[in-house]
Design a protein around this ligand. Structure first.
Ligand code: GYE
Length: 307
């Protein structure tokens, strides 16, 4: 009869090096968890995980280490878009395929990576302004002038670049919208709070905050409370990611909307690797389908959220 396949020994495992951005947000924690739970021995993998603490130089070092260790695949969630050609060429010379996940790179040579999977950040930005347009209309405030501030993510990251572009271009279409200020909060709650505090001091009459991730919105909520205003009522708050805590805040009425960005890329990257292992071809750019959540659907959708 047919023989059972031999159990995977150490040398049979597919070795994957993951150069992760850091641990700056709930989204990032869920993303790390997704890789750690997917790339396990039981699935035929050995994962070498590196946390770059939001520094590109650390990510470049990590990639060089992966090349040294002759891993089978390198996965990168690039902290910023530019400056990767040299190290990716080194990976290419070593014959190691590179898969990008989450944020994109801007490269002069697209052959330096096999595939990318992640969210459509420009669309997310567009969706956030569309949500505001619809909401203001529904509450009869679409003829009011709106003073708006923007908490940006890590400058030069494709998540920031795309979301900022979608937001700024969307706002520019409506003469009632006035973007007073934009500044980075580095995708962290602490920095988001700090920047929002300074916005509130500089601009006493803010109507709307866009935060390029949930954690910065959580910081903004605290800053708004600290000046005696009611988040979600006195100031409309829109954020990105839609992590579990964002649902809690929408249900509590403190956050108005969260534009989804799905972090569960582990299985998606594993599928790409499995296809490559079988000699198949993969789509170069793979966008994940994402939704928009607000106070009208948050409670109903919360129980089935995966992150
Ligand atoms: O929105 C933010 C995280 O790159 C899409 O990075 C990701 C972003 C996400 O820090 O929370």
């Amino acid at each position: 009869g047919a023989k059972e396949p031999a159990p995977a020994t150490g040398s049979d495992l597919i070795v994957v090096g993951y150069a992760q951005v850091g641990a700056e947000s709930d989204w990032r924690t869920a993303n790390t968890e997704s890789f750690k739970s997917t790339f396990v021995e039981a699935n035929g993998y050995k994962l070498i995980f590196d946390d770059a603490q939001q520094k590109q130089e650390n990510q470049i070092k990590a990639i060089r280490n992966f090349i040294q260790q002759d891993v089978d695949y390198i996965v990168v969630a690039p902290v910023v878009e530019t400056g990767w050609e040299t190290v990716l060429q080194e990976a290419k010379n070593a014959g190691i395929p590179v898969i990008l996940s989450d944020r994109q790179m801007k490269l002069s040579d697209e052959s330096l990576y096999v595939a990318w999977v992640g969210g459509n950040f420009l669309k997310e930005g567009d969706d956030s302004v569309t949500w505001l347009n619809t909401y203001l209309k529904s509450v009869g405030r679409d003829n009011e002038d709106m003073n708006i501030v923007l908490l940006q993510g890590t400058i030069g990251s494709s998540a920031q670049v795309g979301r900022t572009q979608g937001i700024v271009e969307g706002l520019a279409k409506n003469p009632h919208y006035k973007l007073l200020a934009r500044q980075t909060g580095e995708f962290t709650q602490a920095k988001g709070q700090e920047v929002m505090e300074s916005f509130l001091k500089a601009y006493p009459d803010i109507d709307v905050v866009f935060a390029e991730n949930d954690n910065m919105a959580f910081g903004a909520i605290d800053a708004i409370k600290a000046v005696g205003k009611v988040p979600g009522k006195d100031i409309i708050i829109i954020s990105f990611d839609a992590v579990r805590e964002a649902f809690n805040k929408m249900i509590a009425g403190e956050l108005n909307a969260a534009i989804e960005c799905n972090p569960l890329h582990g299985p998606r990257v594993a599928e790409i690797i499995q296809t490559l292992e079988k000699g198949g071809t993969v789509a170069k750019i793979q966008y994940v389908v994402e939704e928009v959540f607000d106070q009208a659907n948050a409670a109903a959708r919360f129980p089935t959220r995966m992150y």
